[in-house]
Design a protein around this ligand. Structure first.
Ligand code: GAL
Length: 965
């Protein structure tokens, strides 16, 4: 959600310190004054975050007020006949799914929430998931819906839950979802209660289920929304509006809108479609009408012709907006969908074309977690991560191996990435086919998406069954989207007589780079791309491999046996036009999959950047490969090697210029013609001082990278990714902690423990990029790792200052103030005060004279007393009428111990309240009024005798709440 101006790096670092890059005016951005010694690519950027536009104004966030219980809560098995009978009925879920469940000692949490990221590391836990116990957890949330919401279409949207989730609304199960990556939309309408009759959402999350072999997190780790729509509304994901260029060279935006109605009578809806240009000006409009039967759907199709639109591209990701508004009895609805005009094409010989221009895919595969927060990545951090990919020169992202957050696709549209979207479970059976359909339906308007991948590395890829499965899945994708090709990421079996390469549009190679040519020769008409490559290992800031210590050199010498180094992998892709591009495994390190090691290593080594987004040498390697718009240069390793004076040190210089020159302490070491892919090797006897790598073009210096030898650390330093943040309760700024020497030079070897305090913001996580560290990611402290650590700071609300301090033993502390700029937080569903609501009552028949208040339905009698809910009224009687209402008091530990208060929001009729047979309160008037009653400790039952006024309704017509005194 927050991203700085794109296209060029806002600041180029220079001056003393670690690896720094300066660009000279001739070929690059004007040189600017920069604070001393900032790290490569991590300098603060100017500007304030931009918010993602609202696509669905009918919904607001439901982030706050969730109660969380870690661990399972076993359902009490029904034993008696009464229990068994009621257990089988709607609204009567038991245990923690019951509306009345005592959650008063649960923790209050805010979503996104990943409970696994707060866990310690346990050797017996799953290695691939990063040795973090995930387990089972429960969430509950009470929700008040205003009486004006009655008649509206109400939906709950979970952008994803990790992993298997069962969801109850008001004691009825409404969803059983088995994917940790798809969104869940729940129609709340038929279950909803209004006014003081609160609603209870209960969710059991089983994160012992695994869908992947990487860290998957646990819980409500993406956004949750509440949608309130008119009775005739636009269905969720119900607008399809992806532009098409006709064979006549004219652009059309075919817009199809799915409407649905919960109205009680047939309705006519008018649908208005406007096309807004990037400046927000309406450049096309059309309207249509639809007839909707009650509880039915209708489709409206409209096409807008657009003359000469500005195209969407990686360099200029120009977006238009399709605004769909409806008008119908009961009100309208609205969606605003960002679209881009672009064409895509995969050619068997020439690779990928965007707008008829050949574009090599300079891609990365991404998992979704980050240091400190696990998979609960706030939007602003997601935007920052994508900006780090832009800085690396990436133009393509593969969603490995699952759908990403909705905001990810919005950001890719806006920042100019092309995306391979990927389905998680390879299975055309209905449950999984529905997940695939959801993926396409939910994402098919995004101009960024250029490919649908139906699987990653499936053992059945070379079988008849595998072919049949892909055929069905590909057909379903094409039925929902006729514009993008289908691929599958294969790892072998390409030449088997039956293999899925025959039924995909684009062949995807995972590794097997030696097979590119043979496959192409055998399948000359089949477009192909690497879907995954590289799998090289680097520990950020380490320059020698020490396998015993689980450390991998960052000199690009280490790779998995099935993979290749960063340079070798790209070399194979760069030299073949018919390979559309590559997808490096991976852009960032991620938790879990610590290949090639196991315990105590808890995170991966594959990233171009580490878990915090700090650059490894691969960052400079790929910048040299991928960036054409400005001169770049990098040199590894750093230049602080006390004790190694006179020893030769191998340098890797990476640049996109013509020549590179290396200078040590002002003396020329050597100059070479640039090898843009493999980099340039120099060997230099170590002498402390200043090492410079200079990039030359036409004989002139165009960029320079500098390392200076650092002395002992004397102070800490804090460097924020931005100097200002929004006071919107959501914005996040990553802050880099490093140590500097007496001259202010970054010390790349410092590993000291640093401690933090944050005022005016919340520290939501910490990290340092060390895959072997078992330090907490939530504690306000972190050791530096090879010189660096990271804090993730989330803004509070309103205008103010965020004050951050870091201290370490023996070092001068550092302080930092970030401006918190006034910003209105996004609308949130109000938090409802929790309490125990007595919902289910038994109601006697009407008596002409007051019955004995001890009267109760006999055991197993389900037919002579009504089952009723508070909030409902009994119909008037002409003569005297007495009814008895009975309920079991919900168990609330404090009330049981100390007693409490029963509050009746409204009772109509005269009433006497009895607790365990003793009268505790009475109301003498017939008129509807509230009533309070004291409940003694240990009380179990309540009975209310209501006398109706003749010809008037009566009963417990408002909520009944039990609270501690
Ligand atoms: C691939 C797989 C990735 C990851 C990678 C590690 O086979 O698709 O998910 O496991 O290997 O090298």
């Amino acid at each position: 959600m927050t991203f700085p101006p794109m296209g060029r790096r806002a600041l180029l670092t220079g001056t003393a310190g670690t690896l720094a890059v300066t660009a000279l005016p001739a070929l690059s951005a004007p040189k600017r004054a920069v604070p001393s010694g900032l790290l490569h690519g991590l300098s603060p950027r100017p500007g304030l975050p931009e918010r993602l536009p609202v696509e669905d104004p009918s919904r607001i966030l439901l982030s706050n007020g969730w109660l969380f219980h870690e661990g399972d809560i076993v359902f009490p098995l029904p034993v008696t006949h009464d229990e068994t009978y009621t257990n089988a009925k709607a609204g009567n879920a038991r245990g923690a799914a019951a509306m009345e469940y005592d959650d008063s000692d649960w923790a209050t949490v805010t979503v996104p929430h990943d409970w696994a990221s707060a866990q310690g590391f346990v050797e017996t836990a799953n290695v691939s998931q990063g040795y973090r116990p995930r387990g089972i957890g429960w969430y509950r949330r009470t929700l008040r819906l205003a009486s004006e919401d009655r008649g509206k279409k109400l939906e709950l949207h979970f952008s994803a839950i990790a992993t298997a989730a069962t969801i109850w609304i008001n004691g009825s199960v409404v969803a059983r979802n088995f994917s940790g990556y798809n969104a869940i939309a729940i129609d709340l309408t038929p279950f909803a209660r209004f006014g003081d009759e609160l609603n209870v959402i209960a969710i059991r999350v089983d994160a012992t289920a695994m869908e992947g072999w990487w860290y998957e997190g646990a819980g409500l780790y993406r956004h949750v929304w509440l949608a309130k729509r008119s009775p005739v509304s636009i269905a969720t994901d119900g607008v399809h509006c992806d532009p098409r260029l006709g064979s006549d060279g004219r652009w059309q935006v075919p817009v199809s809108v799915t409407l649905e109605s919960i109205a009680r009578t047939a309705a006519t809806a008018t649908v208005m479609v406007d096309l807004l240009d990037p400046a927000g000006k309406v450049v096309g409009s059309a309207r249509a009408t639809a007839e909707l039967q009650p509880l039915a759907e209708a489709q409206v199709a409209i096409s807008l012709a657009v003359a000469d639109p500005q195209l969407w591209s990686i360099e200029a990701p120009t977006l238009y907006t399709v605004r769909v508004t409806t008008d119908a009895p009961g009100g309208g609805d609205e969606r605003r969908v960002a679209i881009g005009f672009r064409t895509i094409r995969f050619d068997a010989n020439e690779g990928f074309f965007l707008n008829d221009k050949a574009v090599k895919l300079k891609g990365v595969c991404l998992h979704q977690d980050h240091a400190g927060v696990g998979v609960a990545v706030p939007d602003a951090l997601l935007a920052w991560r994508l900006q780090r990919m832009k800085d690396t020169g990436v133009n393509a992202i593969r969603c490995s191996h699952n759908a990403q957050a909705p905001e990810f696709y919005q950001l890719c549209d806006r920042m100019g990435f092309v995306v391979m979207d990927e389905n998680r479970i390879f299975n055309p059976a209905p449950e999984n086919m529905a997940q695939l359909e959801w993926l396409v339906r939910a994402h098919r308007n995004h101009p960024s998406i250029i490919l649908w991948s139906v699987f990653n590395e499936e053992p059945m890829q070379g079988t008849e069954a595998g072919v049949e499965m892909v055929r069905r899945m590909a057909a379903r994708v094409h039925a929902l989207d006729d514009s993008r090709p289908v691929t599958a990421a294969m790892n072998g079996s390409f030449y088997d007589p039956q293999n899925v390469s025959s039924v995909v549009d684009v062949m995807g190679f995972n590794y097997y780079q030696g097979d590119y040519d043979k496959f192409h020769a055998l399948n000359p008409a089949k477009p192909s791309s690497s879907s995954e490559d590289t799998s090289a290992f680097m520990t950020r800031g380490a320059y020698a491999t020490d396998k015993a210590a689980h450390v991998m050199s960052s000199m690009d010498t280490e790779a998995a046996p099935w993979g290749a180094t960063h340079r070798n992998a790209w070399a194979e892709i760069a030299k073949r036009r018919f390979i559309a591009g590559g997808f490096v495994w991976t852009g960032f390190d991620y938790h879990g999959e610590p290949t090639p090691f196991t315990w105590p290593t808890i995170a991966s080594f594959f990233g171009i950047l580490d878990l915090c987004g700090f650059p490894k040498t691969a960052y400079d390697i790929h910048r040299a490969h991928w960036i054409d718009s400005e001169p770049v240069i990098g040199v590894a390793p750093h230049w602080t090697w006390p004790g190694r004076e006179g020893q030769p040190i191998a340098l890797l210089v990476t640049s996109n210029a013509e020549r590179v020159r290396v200078v040590l302490n002002g003396r020329m070491v050597g100059e070479q013609a640039v090898d843009r892919i493999m980099g340039n090797a120099f060997t230099v006897p170590y002498a402390p001082g200043k090492l410079e790598a200079i990039a030359l073009k036409g004989g002139r210096e165009v960029a320079r990278a500098t390392h200076e030898t650092a002395g002992p650390a004397v102070a800490l330093r804090l460097t924020p990714a931005r100097t200002a943040m929004l006071g919107d309760n959501e914005d996040v700024v990553p802050v880099t902690i490093d140590a500097v020497d007496a001259q202010g030079r970054h010390v790349p070897t410092e590993n000291r423990l640093t401690r933090f305090t944050v005022d005016g913001a919340t520290l939501i996580g910490v990290g340092n990029g060390d895959p072997n560290s078992h330090e907490s990611e939530k504690a306000p402290q972190r050791s530096l790792f090879n010189g660096l650590a990271q804090m993730l700071v989330q803004a509070g609300e309103g205008r103010g200052k965020v004050a951050i301090a870091a201290s370490a033993e023996g070092l001068r502390p550092a302080r930092l103030v970030i401006d918190r700029v006034a910003a209105s937080p996004r609308a949130q569903v109000a938090v409802t005060p929790t309490g125990a609501f007595i919902l289910g009552w038994r109601r006697s028949k009407s008596f002409a004279a007051a019955p004995d208040p001890a009267l109760a339905p006999p055991p197993n009698d389900n037919n002579s007393w009504d089952f009723t809910r508070s909030g409902s009224a009994a119909t008037p009687e002409t003569g005297p009428s007495f009814r008895l209402y009975r309920a079991t008091l919900p168990v609330r530990r404090r009330v049981v111990a100390e007693g409490g208060t029963l509050s009746f929001t409204r009772i109509e009729g005269r009433a006497t309240v009895y607790v365990d047979g003793r009268q505790v309160a009475a109301k003498r008037d017939f008129a509807g009024a509230p009533l309070e009653a004291a409940v003694p400790a240990g009380a179990k039952t309540v009975a209310v005798l209501v006398e109706a006024e003749p010809n008037a309704r009566s009963g417990l017509t408002g909520a009944v709440r039990l609270a501690p005194r």
